[in-house]
Design a protein around this ligand. Sequence first.
Ligand SMILES: Nc1ncnc2c1ncn2[C@@H]1O[C@H](COP(=O)(O)OP(=O)(O)OP(=O)(O)O)[C@@H](O)[C@H]1O
Ligand SMILES: [Mg+2]
Length: 416
Amino acid sequence: MRWLLTTANKWMPVAFLLMAGVAIAQFWSQHGPNGSDMGTYFHNVVVFLHAYGWITLGLAILAWAIAFLGYFYERERSSGGKFEGRGWMMDILDRLSNRRILEEKLASEPSAIFIDAEQLAQELKSKVIGQDAVCDDMAAQIRRRLALKQRGKPIGVFMLAGPPGTGKTYLAKCLSAQLQRKLLHFDMTQFSSGGHGASQLFGSSKGYVGSDTYGKLTAGLRDAPEAVVLLDEIEKAHPDIHKNFLTAWNDGFVTEASDGKQISTTNAIFIMTTNAATDAMQALSVTYANNPDELRRSSTNVLKEAGFAAEVLNRIDRIFNFKALSGLDIARVTALEIEAMIKNYELDVSTGGIDPDVLIDMMRRHDRLGKGASSRDLARSIEESISDSLIDAKQKGYTKVALYSDGNNVIAKPEK
Ligand SMILES: Nc1ncnc2c1ncn2[C@@H]1O[C@H](COP(=O)(O)OP(=O)(O)OP(=O)(O)O)[C@@H](O)[C@H]1O
Ligand SMILES: [Mg+2]
């Protein structure tokens, strides 16, 4: 085949001439002067062409087509093209692999995902009270990152900083529920020692106790590569543990120590929470409320002073500053907490069913606890105030209740 094509290529000009000759002869035989006026030899050619012209023309076209293919073959060969020396017209992938399966697999690779940032922000804001700016910003960040087809890094590495009980952990939980991604929740206070903590997260090398079991993080990401990884209270983990996350954030994988396997982190979202340097961070978020670049720069400096390594901070995509809850937002969180508690007793609350006096009472108790009080203290005081009345209601067979204050205690009344 190669020989035929190379030869055809060489004879291509001849094929063209032949074709041109046939065309002229055809024309001549039909429209030219009578053959008998010419030499006998030429007359015979004309008679032959008249009789067999179409066959000759067909042969010429065939020669021309082969010559053309030869031309392309030569061109590919001289330009070092994909066919060179590898068999005519056969794709490298057909010869060395299976192109069809490869194409199918590539088509099914995760591609850019487009989400409605506004809808995500709305959903988050409806649950996480008083942190609208954080919810808007986070939804926009995630939308941009998900829309990138090639990332090579996690979808996001975010730090949520702010006072206790302002919804940092809660936002991470809401995000994972909203995006329908598994939550891998690590309480980083448990990893205050470097070596042992690292082996719990990333596995331990062969020969060590527990080397047959995967690390909690590596196993989690192996089973749910799209997880939201929550590193809660990250400042409490050993600084070496922080650095163990650098490959996860920079290179897009973590290495499981027991078998050396690399596990991708490119589809995961990492969220760290901290209440390190709360006062300084709060002051910055007020001062630079309208200057996000400066806010980021100075927040990074404050966290560096609080003990975070520069290379760790450099790899964080965004630091979100949570505001302390105030005014009606405390009442909203209180109402939500009360609703959650009522549901825990398998009861329902009627619309408008929480007496404002109950909320005011809770908020006063919360205030009395002082500046350091968090929504966790709030939850505790709610439980103390209302659980007895809810247990009574349950025993009486109520299914739906409304809560009133009689000045001293909260009373649950049945509702239709
Ligand atoms: N902004 C908020 N909106 C709605 N609920 C909230 C908010 N803040 C706190 N809560 C309620 O209080 C609970 C505790 O809040 P969360 O654990 O998110 O606080 P945190 O900011 O992580 O505090 P810490 O820094 O102490 O860990 C949540 O589960 C939630 O029910
Ligand atoms: Mg928390």
